[in-house]
Design a protein around this ligand. Structure first.
Ligand SMILES: *Cc1c(COP(=O)(O)O)cnc(C)c1O
Length: 387
């Protein structure tokens, strides 16, 4: 098919041409005296994205999933109690991992479409008077349902309960695109990956840990080797890595950090909010519902619910095969019930309008009762009015 594929899955995301060009490099000696000149500023600038001065940033040759494991195994001991709310495929997988790693996991079910219930969290932590819960696992942006939880509110709930648990946050689809404040919110472990807001290929787990979390490594008894934070700390101190880094990834990250910091984080957050608002206007104009309940709507991905007599898989399939448009599928419990429009990373008004036009064609082809141009029109007016 002529023309490019139009990529609107919420990860991997579009890679800016500047980043692609920066990654087109030869192999390089990662033990050379020059290597720290590349590596040290990467860690320093990653801290700016996480918004931490007190914490440490790390780059692992891995993905977001490894970030979950890094947080758990470096700071906890087998059998430790951890608490997590399950309201989508990613919170589900993190809980499942914690179980597989041998922790005592309390999984609290919430409706898919809602996020972390702050009152319930505070009550549970208050009830844990012996402080048996060692870590609370928070999925900041549940990519499966397009739900964002209030991590500042989580910190308030933890403080109100005067609870010392570590706070680990999955920010794979939020960090570098949604407001995230590691130090201000007292986050002990912030987990992200290269292929979403960072606009890179998959293969980088970018994580940051507080001093409290680093200290917990000293007494944590979970076995760990490749994902050991202490090995990273020791090598990173001099600007090196404990094993061979992906050189193209590091040059790509250099460019991606430059782009994000040049735009300014507040502007990056505002752009994602505006593009998401336009998406929500389009969905409303089609007469469709979002999976996210009011107050939880994500600015990086919108999950759109199809009526009960329709199959979202057909919409996604038509979009891909007929229009070369990649939409996100519904995962596990919402398979067939939702399709997802990603608006994370290297996006602007016109790229979003292209997605809405493609979605409209796929909806019409599948017998949805929508007016051609309705969603595009609503978004056009919103984007023009707020440009
Ligand atoms: C994509 C994603 C992950 C998984 O990341 P991988 O890079 O596929 O390991 C974890 N959590 C959230 C919220 C995600 O969006």
């Amino acid at each position: 098919m002529a023309g490019r594929n139009h990529l609107y899955v919420p990860g991997p995301t579009n890679i800016p041409i500047e980043v692609l060009s920066a990654m087109n490099v030869n192999g390089e000696d990662h033990r050379s005296p020059k290597f720290p000149d590349l590596f040290k500023p990467l860690l320093a600038d990653l801290k700016k994205i996480f918004r931490t001065e007190d914490g440490h940033a790390f780059i692992f040759p891995a993905t977001g999933t490894a970030g979950w494991e890094i947080a758990l195994t470096n700071t906890l001991s087998p059998g430790d109690k951890v608490l997590i709310y399950r309201f989508g495929q990613f919170s589900h997988l993190w809980a499942a991992m914690a179980n597989r790693l041998g922790f005592d996991v309390t999984v609290v079910e919430r409706p898919w479409g809602e996020g972390i219930p702050l009152d319930d969290l505070e009550a549970r932590l208050k009830a844990d008077t012996k402080h048996e819960i060692k870590a609370f696992l928070a999925t900041h942006n549940e990519t499966a349902t397009g739900v964002t939880s209030d991590i500042g509110g989580v910190r308030k709930a933890m403080d109100a309960a005067n609870h010392p648990a570590l706070l680990f946050v999955d920010g794979v689809s939020s960090i570098a695109s949604l407001d995230f404040r590691m130090d201000e919110w007292g986050v002990d472990g912030a987990i992200s990956g290269s292929q979403k807001g960072f606009m890179l290929p998959a293969g980088g787990a970018f994580v940051a840990f507080s001093q409290k979390a680093i200290k917990a490594c000293d007494t944590a008894r979970c076995p760990r080797a490749f994902l050991d934070l202490k090995d990273q700390l020791t090598a990173n101190k001099d600007g090196y890595t404990p094993y061979t880094p992906s050189i193209p990834m590091l040059y790509g990250l250099r460019k991606s950090l430059d782009l994000l910091l040049e735009e300014g984080l507040e502007n990056v957050y505002a752009r994602h909010h505006r593009l998401a608002e336009g998406t929500r206007k389009a969905v409303a104009a089609w007469g469709l519902e979002q999976c996210a309940k009011p107050g939880f709507e994500s600015n990086t991905v919108t999950a759109v619910v199809v009526p009960a007599d329709k199959d979202a898989r057909a919409v996604i399939s038509t979009a891909y095969s007929k229009y070369n448009l990649s939409l996100g599928a519904g995962l596990s419990e919402v398979a067939g019930k939702v399709f997802r429009i990603g608006h994370v990373g290297d996006m602007n008004d016109v790229s979003m309008l292209g997605a809405f036009a493609g979605v409209e064609m796929a909806l019409l082809d599948n017998g949805f009762d929508i007016k051609p141009g309705s969603g595009v029109g609503a978004a056009v007016e919103y984007y023009r009015a707020t440009a």
